[in-house]
Design a protein around this ligand. Structure first.
Ligand code: FES
Ligand code: FES
Length: 164
C-alpha cells in the first residue's frame, strides 16, 4: 500500500513520518517515532494500555489512524517526567507500589493526569469508575487506587485502607 507523509505533534515536538494510511497511531508512535512507552495490549480498544492524550484528552491510540491526528497535540508517557522528575502521580505510584510489570501503567498515568486536572479531589468510587477503562493483570488495583488517592491528596489520611 502507498505511504503518505504526515506531520505529527508529539510531546511538543514535530515529527514527519511516511506511513500507510491504515497504520494505527499506537504503531506509528512505537515503530516510526520510537516512543515505546505507549503499550499495546488488546489492539481493539478494551485494555487502555495504549492511552495517550490528544489535545489533553485520554484516547486509545489503537483505535485511531495516525493520519487522523495531523494538527493535534499528542502527549505520551515520555513527556510526563520529561524534566527528569516524576509527576506527583508517578511519585505516588512509586511510593504506593502501584505497579508490578508496568504494562498497564503508562495508560493509567495518562488517564489520571488528565482526570485529576479536571477533578482534583475525586472520591474512591469516582477513581474506580474511571479506572474501569484500564485493565491491570497484576496488581488487583488496590495500590493503584491508593496511589491515585495519594496524588489527589484524598488518600492515606487514615490507615491507608482502600476498600475492595
Ligand atoms: S491496546 Fe488499545 S485499548 Fe488495548
Ligand atoms: S502492573 Fe502489570 S498489568 Fe498492571
Amino acid at each position: 500500500m502507498n505511504r503518505v507523509g504526515i506531520l505529527l505533534r508529539v510531546n511538543g515536538q514535530s515529527y514527519e513520518a511516511f506511513v500507510e494510511p491504515r497504520k494505527l497511531l499506537s504503531d506509528v508512535l512505537r515503530e516510526d517515532l520510537g516512543l515505546t512507552g505507549t503499550h499495546v495490549g488488546c489492539e481493539h480498544g478494551v485494555c487502555g494500555a495504549c492511552t495517550v492524550l490528544v489535545n489533553g484528552h485520554p484516547m486509545r491510540s489503537c483505535l485511531m489512524f495516525a493520519v487522523q491526528l495531523e494538527g493535534a497535540e499528542i502527549t505520551t508517557i515520555e513527556a510526563i517526567a520529561a524534566d527528569g522528575k516524576y509527576s506527583a502521580l508517578q511519585q505516588a505510584f512509586h511510593e504506593e507500589h502501584g505497579l508490578q510489570c508496568g504494562f498497564c501503567t503508562p495508560g493509567i498515568i495518562l488517564t489520571f493526569e488528565a482526570y485529576l486536572k479536571q477533578n482534583p479531589s475525586p472520591t474512591e468510587e469516582q477513581i474506580r469508575d474511571v479506572l474501569s477503562g484500564n485493565l491491570c493483570r497484576c496488581t488487583g488495583y488496590q495500590n493503584i487506587v491508593k496511589a491515585i488517592m495519594k496524588a489527589a491528596g484524598t488518600g492515606a489520611q487514615s490507615d491507608g485502607e482502600v476498600k475492595k
